[in-house]
Design a protein around this ligand. Structure first.
Ligand code: AP5
Length: 213
């Protein structure tokens, strides 16, 4: 098992970059998307997570690590994983190291998408997501070709509940407190490749692909 991690503040473009790595054979694992799936299914886990997510708070480490462990153990051991939004705390990073080590795998790269707060607020305020497949758009920077729906399946595009400006600001604070320390954690392991995420979507994607090549 090999893995790469997409690290960066909310709205830096992790999900948008992930699309090109999926084309390269990576299995995209977004903990945010896994949690939203639990919310859509109306499970107990989903209901508990929704309250925290709507407030811009993190879901407890043991819940998220449990989801990741179940997923890793349920797929082919030769898979290449692309973790998006995980790990998000030092505890999660240490647990991921343990999971990878148990499977004799390697964490190959940590891509750090750097983006200032003002750009993030504008990106998340204009983000629209397909209500069915989760495809991500932006009203100005990455609009769907047909205003009425998703390019892939025609379904309705919606705004995420946590994309209000007040919640975005809260998420940025939580990122600074709990996730930014991972930059040093992975830098000390020599794993961090930094990308200027303020550039165009195509330029950011190409920068990540160059590191992978
Ligand atoms: P999650 O879904 O992971 O949200 P996030 O990390 O806040 O990241 P986003 O999905 O908001 O942004 P992104 O970086 O993927 O940007 P995107 O590509 O969409 O998590 C949500 C919540 O779940 C968390 O707050 C927490 O509660 C919980 N959670 C999740 N994981 C957890 C964990 N491990 N532990 C505990 N709790 C967890 O792009 C954003 C917008 O910008 C889009 O509109 C896009 O079109 C546009 N855009 C992207 N790139 C560019 C560009 N280069 N130029 C112009 N526009 C661009």
């Amino acid at each position: 098992m090999n893995a790469v991690v997409l690290l960066g503040p909310p709205g830096a473009g992790k999900g948008t970059v992930a699309e090109v790595l999926v084309d390269k054979g990576y299995r995209h694992v977004s903990t945010g998307e896994l949690l939203r799936e639990q919310i859509r299914l109306g499970t107990k886990l989903g209901l508990e997570a929704k309250t925290l997510m709507d407030q811009g708070q993190f879901v407890p480490d043991d819940v998220v690590v449990g989801m990741i462990r179940d997923l890793i153990e349920s797929v082919d051991s030769g898979s290449m994983f692309l973790f998006d939004g995980f790990p998000r705390t030092l505890v999660q990073a240490e647990k991921l190291d343990e999971l990878i080590s148990d499977l004799c795998g390697t964490l190959k790269n940590v891509f750090l998408l750097e983006c200032p707060d003002d750009v993030i607020v504008s990106r998340l305020s204009g983000r629209r997501t397909c209500s069915k497949c989760g495809a991500v758009y932006h009203t100005a920077f990455n609009p769907p070709s047909d205003d009425d729906g998703c390019d892939q399946d025609g379904c309705e595009l919606v705004q995420r509940a946590d994309d209000s400006e007040a919640t975005i600001r809260k998420r940025l604070l939580v990122y600074a407190e709990q996730t930014a320390p991972l930059i040093d954690y992975y830098t000390n392991k020599g794993l961090v490749d930094t990308v200027d995420a303020t550039q165009s979507i195509e330029t950011v994607r190409n920068a990540v692909l160059e590191y992978i090549a």
